[in-house]
Design a protein around this ligand. Structure first.
Ligand SMILES: [Zn+2]
Length: 271
């Protein structure tokens, strides 16, 4: 669709994009320190397009504002306008249908499952198949690949910050503050885990385990049996930390970014 005639005359001028500090790590290193980035207008590029071109996926954008007022992602800016780009507020409403994790996030998937969070993981999917699977099943695609998040067909996604499981887990918990139901999901396959009488599993247990433990649970999908042995101690610490992080995120002020000041209304960028 052609942009409004009025705005055609703006081509060739600059607008200035002011990116919130939380999103600046996504910019080219040369641009990260700038309070405002001049961008040349072509009269047709929308706010969303201009900001995505700077390397910020739409899933990470909470809203745009011009002169303190919310601006729609589809707006074509005028020359001389200063556009503020805010991050997605935290906590972001959690995914009703759970998460789908990209290749390379297997450790994060297992940690989320320990917490009872529905976390499907595929390490063999092509990009297109992954995006389609997330969208078809109503899941949020968790990835560290910005290219995936630029795909138009993706309904919901999030860029996972951090290297290593613990940092990534903290990021996802802070961002979505999901409902935690520890020990209800199979870390190996994401199936539901339920308590099972000892007599049902006793024949398959090592003798020492059979002697030492009374309570067991079993995965309804893969049949794996679980008990709270010494191996569970680090996972208990993981559960405790997760409860703290989610509690903190839920108590955070409405803008949820942990930073204060200067925020006004915001609009939603994309689906
Ligand atoms: Zn299982």
């Amino acid at each position: 669709m052609a942009p409004p005639k009025l705005r055609d005359v703006e081509a060739g001028q600059d607008a200035v994009i002011a990116v919130a500090p939380e999103l600046r790590f996504l910019l080219h290193p040369r641009l990260r320190q700038l309070p405002g980035i001049p961008v040349r207008l072509d009269g047709t590029s929308t706010l969303l397009h201009l900001v995505e071109s700077l390397g910020i996926p739409r899933t990470e954008i909470g809203g745009f504002a011009i002169a303190g007022r919310a601006a729609a992602p589809g707006l074509v800016p005028r020359g001389g306008e200063r556009v503020r780009v805010d991050p997605v507020p935290r906590p972001q409403p959690a995914a009703g249908e759970g998460f789908l994790l990209d290749v390379g996030l297997g450790s994060l998937a297992r940690a989320l499952r320990v917490l009872g969070i529905d976390a499907r993981y595929r390490n063999d999917a092509e990009d297109a198949a992954l995006v389609a699977a997330a969208t078809l099943t109503g899941r949020v695609l968790l990835t560290q690949d910005r290219g995936l998040l630029r795909r138009r067909s993706l309904a919901r996604g999030a860029l996972v910050r951090g290297q290593g499981r613990d940092a990534q887990l903290q990021d996802v918990l802070e961002r979505f503050a999901p409902e935690l139901r520890p020990w209800t999901r199979c870390p190996a396959c994401n199936g539901a885990v339920a308590a099972v009488p000892k007599r049902d599993v006793a024949p398959d247990l090592p003798a020492g385990t059979r002697r030492s433990y009374e309570e067991f649970s079993r995965c309804s999908d893969c049949g794996k049996v679980y008990w709270h042995g010494a191996h569970a101690v680090p996972l208990c610490a993981l559960v405790d930390t997760a409860r703290e992080v989610v509690g903190r995120s839920r108590r955070a002020p409405p803008d949820g970014t942990g930073r204060s000041g200067g925020r006004t209304t915001r609009s939603t960028a994309g689906p």
